[in-house]
Write a protein that binds this ligand. Structure first.
Ligand code: SAM
Length: 244
């Protein structure tokens, strides 16, 4: 997959593309990054990328010409990072990960001239109901979430068990030592009984989702056995509440 990112601050991406799983994915050619400095498309003497807003008011607006020009040199769906966009979730990440090439525009200041959004942007994506100084971090978040779903980046079984992939939160994880200062890991995990471990994980995943994110359970189509376990969990939790 090729990811083009249009930004006024290309240096912000240096760490992101040179470390850990993302760096490995680039090295193994699963993903290619093209970080485009919007300023290279500002043809005036001062390379001015922003200007005052029509109608007055605070802040600057990113000018249309450089971004329209930069978009001529890239392909794929155009995503604009914006607090006003569709909120990012795992389903949307999965859909985008199936594209061959995408272009992400990172806004700054008051944002980009609306004519870019109207004429060039296919999708506006928000990473949450809060406002950041720029779209660089959201662009990295979108790219990171996509890349881990690409083939051979991480094990399929690994991301398939992660939160949201199958509509539930992940189960809790523990590593060695089994006893840390007297705090022990659940016995079942060191029992060697794989069937019991699997049952425990399904149960914990359902329990966490029920306690923390009931909204996810409302959307999920539970299997009969999952429904049975969830009913047991609900009874158990109600019992604990009645004891209090
Ligand atoms: N005036 C804009 C508004 O209120 O909708 C906010 C502009 S914000 C200060 C500057 C840039 O940061 C935006 O153009 C966008 O690219 C990015 N940005 C800020 N918050 C974001 C969020 N929650 N999700 C995605 N991008 C965001």
């Amino acid at each position: 997959m090729k990811i083009n990112i249009l930004t006024l601050f290309p240096k912000m991406f240096e760490g992101f593309i040179s470390e850990s799983i993302i760096a490995r994915a680039i090295k193994s050619e699963v993903v290619e990054f093209n970080i485009v400095d919007i300023r290279n498309y500002c043809y005036d003497k001062h390379k001015q990328a922003d200007d005052i807003p029509f109608g007055g008011g605070n802040g600057m607006v990113m000018k249309p010409e450089p971004i329209f020009r930069a978009l001529e040199d890239v392909k794929g769906k155009v995503i604009y990072t914006s607090p006003q966009g569709q909120k990012l979730n795992q389903q949307l990440v999965k859909e985008i990960s199936e594209e061959k090439e995408i272009t992400i525009i990172a806004g700054h200041y008051e944002g980009i001239d609306e004519r870019i959004v109207e004429h060039k942007v296919d999708m506006e994506i928000s990473i949450g109901d809060f406002v950041l100084t720029g779209g660089e971090l959201p662009a990295m978040i979108i790219a990171d979430a996509i890349i881990r779903l690409l083939p051979n980046v991480i094990k399929k079984e690994s991301y398939e068990n992660d939160s949201f992939f199958n509509g539930l939160l992940d189960y809790p994880h523990y590593t060695r030592p089994a006893d840390f200062n007297g705090i022990k890991v659940p016995d079942v995990l060191i029992s060697g009984n794989h069937k019991k471990i699997e049952e425990w994980r399904i149960r914990e995943s359902l329990k966490r989702t029920y306690i923390r994110r009931k909204d996810l359970l409302e959307k999920k189509d539970l299997s009969n056995s999952e429904r049975k376990i969830l009913n047991e969990i609900i009874k158990e939790l109600e019992g604990q509440n009645n004891e209090k």
